[in-house]
Design a protein around this ligand. Structure first.
Ligand SMILES: *Cc1c(COP(=O)(O)O)cnc(C)c1O
Length: 323
């Protein structure tokens, strides 16, 4: 079976989003390198517009709309960062946006989405199927639904993060990428295969929500209950029908990290690198810093996926670590 995207799709996405999305910095830390005995390169998507890599995929997908689609606008369902990304991309491209969000999403993310000019519709994530709700509203209003990960243009857009990283620092031995539905991981795996063919790509999931790890072992997409984890960007219940085959064919494996390891990594980013990183954004770095993958003497890329966390929650999580 052919995969949903190839390297030329990521290259085309890079041209489309150039000048709209930030080319985020790649940071290094002598402390982190000494701790793991490897050379780590952190691709800082917490410093991307709207605070996460999701802006890449949203920008790429929306810039491919026809004039008719632009007029009716875009609908998205998301627990947060995809919502903000679609809202801002829609505003920049001059189209209306409706965002369907769980009512228990972080209030910072809900407010930011409204702030970018989108109409927000809230639902109960434990009782309502957001895909069914989203599709119904999209049909009623003639809007185009852009899902958070299972969409070729979204996947290709997310892959530009890894493409920029490798362009900047050269070939890597390993690349660690967090996984929710697998949009970022699949896009980055495709880009990496083309630009640094020897590089092994690993996904990193929360321990409580290791559905992609289970899926790789089972050989098919496994569905799980909504996982209880502080990594709210990775509370997905299953990989996508487009993302999973890419992960199956290009990814070396999936590692998991605990919530405590995520909090410790948030503290490391704050103290040592002066970076605010949300819990989900810490997944890949936590795997590296807690020895989940053999890294010795390797050149390792780490995607820091996002930085959207309210200060009260941030302080509570870091304060809990000290208690
Ligand atoms: C969405 C998101 C993820 C997971 O991305 P997928 O493409 O769904 O795998 C990870 N980190 C952050 C910060 C996110 O917003």
């Amino acid at each position: 079976m052919s995969l949903a995207i190839g390297p030329s799709d990521v290259a085309a996405a890079a041209r489309r989003i150039a000048g709209i999305a930030h080319r985020t910095p790649v940071l290094t830390s002598a402390t982190a390198n000494a701790r793991v005995g490897a050379e780590l390169f952190f691709k800082c998507e917490n410093l991307q517009r709207t605070g996460s890599f999701k802006f890449r995929g949203a920008c790429n997908a929306l810039s491919r709309f026809t004039p008719g689609q632009r007029k009716a606008g875009v609908l998205a369902f998301s627990s947060g960062n995809h919502a903000q990304a679609v809202a801002l991309a829609a505003r920049l491209l001059g189209m209306p946006a409706v965002i369907v969000m769980p009512e228990d999403a972080p209030s910072l993310k809900i407010e930011a989405t409204r702030g970018y000019g989108a109409e927000v519709i809230l639902y109960d994530r434990y009782t309502v199927d957001r895909e069914v709700l989203g599709r119904r509203i999209a049909d009623e209003r003639g809007m185009t639904l852009v899902p958070p990960y299972d969409h070729a243009d979204v996947m290709a857009g997310q892959g530009t993060a890894a493409a920029e990283l490798i362009e900047e620092v050269g070939p890597l031995d390993l690349l660690l990428v967090c996984v929710g539905g697998g949009g970022l991981l699949s896009g980055c795996a495709v880009a990496t295969r083309a630009l640094s063919p020897q590089c092994r790509v690993f996904g990193v999931e929360p321990e409580a929500g290791n559905d992609v790890q289970q899926s790789l072992a089972a050989g098919h997409i496994v569905h799980i209950d909504v996982p209880r984890t502080i990594a709210d960007g990775a509370q997905t219940q299953h990989a996508g029908t487009l993302t999973f085959p890419v992960i199956q064919s290009l990814v070396a494996g999936i590692e998991t990290v605990s919530d405590a390891e995520l909090v410790a990594t948030m503290g490391f980013f704050a103290e040592r690198m002066k970076l605010v990183v949300e819990p989900t954004g810490c997944l890949a770095a936590a795997a590296a810093l807690h020895g989940k993958v053999g890294l010795a003497d390797r050149r390792v890329g780490i995607i820091v996926s996002g930085g959207n966390v309210g200060v009260a929650r941030y302080a509570a999580l870091l304060g809990g670590e000290l208690a």
